[in-house]
Design a protein. Structure first.
Lengths: 310, 170
């Protein structure tokens, strides 16, 4: 058999066996047995699909990512990414075994817990505490952040692109380290290396190292702002770094990261905080926050009640 | 129990072994079969539509994983040799910009190749492989014949394979 004949036959078998309805396993076995090179050809095609299809997802919206996009681009919301995850989740729920590599996996961390998910090679996701996310798609390269805070470290050469969905905001990596935080309906993105493209199907806003984005679901404009490179992924190193950040957000982060339980008094919302907090120190002595944040703390059971300091 | 997988497994034991060997499992076929058996233990009870299909599908996934991890191991080895040739502090060790550049150029290559495919073929592929619709569902959703769906899928798988080869040649 010539190599191109073999490839043509392998293509037929890939088309057929990747259909969940496929049943003719005996005929497939017979074809594989005819020559060990048949299995090689078959698996080569599957590997190509796994490696290249993440690019397809970005390109299929007919929107090639252009590097020269500046801040303040109108965001066109499209219903792209939702399609990617739903069928897999539905199928998983009813116990159907899916055709290779399309299952959705769910990951949850408790407040105060840190978890590292290896994505193969040097690619990994670090989950802060109090975080819920799903991984799906070929090679688990589709991330849906439901709530919480993750750091993506994507450094495997040729590891394939990662797509992150947070609410109605889509992000695509261009080789990078970045973090995504979802609180309620607000998504924040910070980039410390490489670049990320936000809303690739619409605004295509490019975020480079040292830039950040904050967007709520349904936002009409996406705008990048300068950010501290050091602050990205600080939670992994035991630090939370802020510049002009509202106290209520700082406290929400602290709950996630330390597992402490805060109850905020109404007056907390106003002021903002700039500085670095040590997670270990706050865990050891929560009251150390009092002078830093200008608040008063009172412990009732497991909860810390917070009020404005004097 | 309760889903009949165990008895179907026993009935198909030799077929499954043959199937894994045909995939190139060689001496590991028995071990892989055992792994498959262990997987069945964790399947929650409840009816399974096509248990024989389920077993062969699971066996296929095992073989794909096995091939994939072998491939990754090779890559790691190759990369290690490349990296250890360099000084530890060499800027060439920073994978960031390389990968960025790679990403953008590859994206352009994919876009160019896809332009040459019928739009419908890409749509068929996405509906089937990304959204997870069965081929006959895709056919009826889009008003196509089963054979058109198959030939569209062939085109896209082929394009993806061509692209992977040109990535490798860089």
């Amino acid at each position: 058999m010539t190599p191109s004949n073999r490839r043509a036959q392998a293509l037929d078998w890939v088309v057929r066996t990747n259909d969940p309805d496929f049943e003719d396993w005996d005929a497939f076995t017979t074809w594989l047995e005819q020559d060990p090179a048949n299995a090689d050809a078959y698996h080569a095609l599957l590997a190509s699909e796994a490696q290249v299809s993440p690019y397809l997802e970005t390109v299929a919206g007919h929107n090639i990512v252009e590097p020269a996009v500046t801040a303040g681009v109108p965001s066109k919301k499209a219903s792209r990414a939702a399609l990617w995850l739903m069928p897999a989740a539905a199928a998983a729920a009813i116990g159907v075994l899916l055709v290779p590599r399309l299952t959705t996996e769910h990951y949850v961390t408790r407040p105060g817990e840190l978890r590292v998910i290896a994505l193969g090679g040097r690619d990994q996701i670090v989950m802060n505490g109090g975080t819920r996310m799903q991984l799906a798609g070929f090679n688990r390269r589709s991330v849906r952040l439901q709530d919480g805070h993750i750091l993506l470290r994507l450094q495997e050469p040729g590891g394939g692109r990662i797509q992150v969905e947070s609410g109605d905001l889509d992000l695509v990596d261009v080789g990078t380290i970045f973090e995504v935080r979802r609180t309620g309906t607000i998504t924040e993105v910070g980039v410390s290396e490489g670049a990320v493209v936000a809303d690739p199907g619409g605004a295509s806003l490019r975020l480079d190292a040292g830039e950040a984005l904050e967007a709520s679901d349904g936002a009409i404009m996406l705008r990048s702002v300068p950010a501290d490179v050091q602050s990205v992924g600080g939670f992994e190193r035991g630090q939370l770094i802020y510049r002009d950040t509202s106290l209520s957000r700082v406290l929400r982060d602290l709950e996630r990261t330390t597992g402490l339980d805060f109850s905020e008094g109404a007056v907390i919302s106003g002021p903002s905080f700039t500085g670095t907090l040590s997670i270990a120190e706050v865990k050891r002595d929560p009251r150390s926050l009092e002078p830093l944040l200008g608040i008063k703390m009172k412990r009732v059971g497991h909860t810390w009640h917070l009020n404005k300091g004097t | 129990m309760g889903h009949g997988l165990h008895s179907i497994f026993e009935q198909n034991r030799s077929q499954l072994l043959r199937y894994m060997r045909a995939h190139g499992a060689a001496d590991d076929a028995e071990d892989l079969l055992h792994e498959l058996w262990l997987k069945i233990q964790s399947v929650p009870p409840g009816p399974i539509g096509a248990p024989r299909n389920y077993l062969f599908r699971a066996a296929t996934n095992l073989m794909i994983d096995r091939r994939r991890s072998a491939l990754q191991e090779q890559r790691r080895q190759a990369e290690w040799i490349e990296v250890s040739d360099r000084l530890p502090s060499s800027p060439a060790n920073d994978p960031g910009p390389d990968r960025q550049w790679d990403g953008r150029r590859r994206l352009a290559m994919v876009a160019e190749r896809l332009e040459k495919l019928p739009k419908r073929a890409v749509q068929v592929f996405r509906t089937h492989r990304v959204d997870g619709r069965r081929q006959r569902e895709v056919a009826s959703d889009m008003g196509l014949s089963q054979s058109t769906v198959e030939s569209d899928l062939r085109l896209v798988y082929e394009a993806l394979d061509d692209l992977r080869k040109s990535f490798d040649e860089e």
